[in-house]
Design a binder for this molecule. Structure first.
Ligand code: 13P
Ligand code: SF4
Length: 312
């Protein structure tokens, strides 16, 4: 019966049989991270996806990540455990609406966070992730106006960091917008020697309390290299798995969310749609598969490649 299936063993078997490689984001559940061939942040996963030589790329993350892998490596079959694993940022920005904004501001170039659909990337000039957004914006000549989409929190932080005014899209991540400043300050009172570290998708009042702001891999590295013994971590709670492996002797406290938030304890409901069972099933049946029409794939590749070149 399906109940008796040893998913770890079955996934390992399928990996070999199908010459598959499993790429997983830090927000995936621990068992998925443990069985993946590579775990990383969105930028690292893009570099990895581009160089995969295996026949099958299994992307344990959300849809836009699997789609980016397909755009970068279009000859490979790319599958993901749950086709409905979306992202509130990607959903906030439809290509037709971005196109309308571009038409209103024809002198602006468009920088989009990778958390977008292939159609949106296809009408963008450069992509970015949270680990290279500063560098990407700094690479644009000072007199060149910029539309930055879709994350307004990341955008506002980049504006502060670079001193550049940008036209910001009004999107946000439901997980990072759910952190409660009051609860965070209470947690800090209970752990006064802890360092608060936060992902730049968080709101400004959270970022103001943070000792360090960075991407998921940036946060892990900071916890590793800082002499502090306790950290309050404001990002999706899945990251604590890898972080704790890196700093086994340090105390990691997830930043608290509002009680009435839809995502219990800072978990991304999209990322958490993926389970070991669905990972096994998608590998067994090689579906759902991500496909991108060739015309869109070619156009979307340009801003992604620009990003990879600038941040190399
Ligand atoms: P990074 O891994 O690039 O920090 O992205 C975080 C995120 O929200 C992905 O959905
Ligand atoms: Fe999107 Fe936020 Fe989930 Fe990342 S954590 S996939 S940005 S909703």
């Amino acid at each position: 019966t399906p109940k008796d299936i040893d998913y770890v063993e079955e996934i390992k078997r399928l990996k070999k049989e199908k010459n598959a490689v499993i790429l997983a984001h830090y927000y995936q559940e621990p068992a998925i991270q443990d069985i993946a061939d590579f775990v990383g942040d969105s930028l690292q996963l893009s570099y990895k996806a581009a160089e995969v030589d295996a026949d099958l790329i299994v992307f344990a993350g959300v849809h836009f990540m699997a789609e980016t892998a397909k755009i970068l490596n279009p000859k490979k079959k790319v599958i993901l455990p749950d086709f409905n694993a979306g992202c509130s940022l990607a959903e906030s920005c439809e290509a037709k609406d971005l196109k309308a904004l571009k038409d209103k501001h024809p002198d602006h170039i468009v920088i989009t966070y990778v958390n977008t659909s292939a159609e949106v990337k296809a009408i963008s000039d450069i992509c970015c992730t949270s680990s290279n957004a500063k560098k990407i914006v700094d690479s644009v000549p000072l007199d060149q106006p910029i539309i930055f989409a879709p994350d307004k929190n990341l955008g506002a932080w980049i504006q502060k960091e670079t001193g550049r005014e940008m036209l910001l899209w009004d999107g946000a991540c439901i997980v990072h917008e759910a952190f409660s400043i009051d609860k965070l300050l209470n947690t800090y009172k209970e752990h006064p020697t802890a360092k608060i570290i936060a992902h730049p998708e968080s709101e400004d009042h959270i970022l103001k309390t943070a000792e360090y702001i960075g991407s998921t891999s940036g946060l892990i590295n900071y916890a590793k290299n800082s002499p502090a013994k306790e950290f309050i971590v404001a990002t999706e709670a899945g990251i604590l798995h890898e972080m704790q492996k890196e700093v086994p002797d340090k105390k990691l406290i997830p930043a608290p969310s509002h009680e009435d938030n839809t995502c219990a304890c800072s978990e991304c409901p999209y990322m958490k749609m993926n389970t070991m069972k669905k990972l096994y099933l998608c590998m067994e049946h090689e579906m759902p598969e991500v496909n991108v029409p060739e015309e869109i794939q070619k156009k979307a590749l340009i801003p992604i490649q620009r990003m990879l070149e600038i941040s190399a």
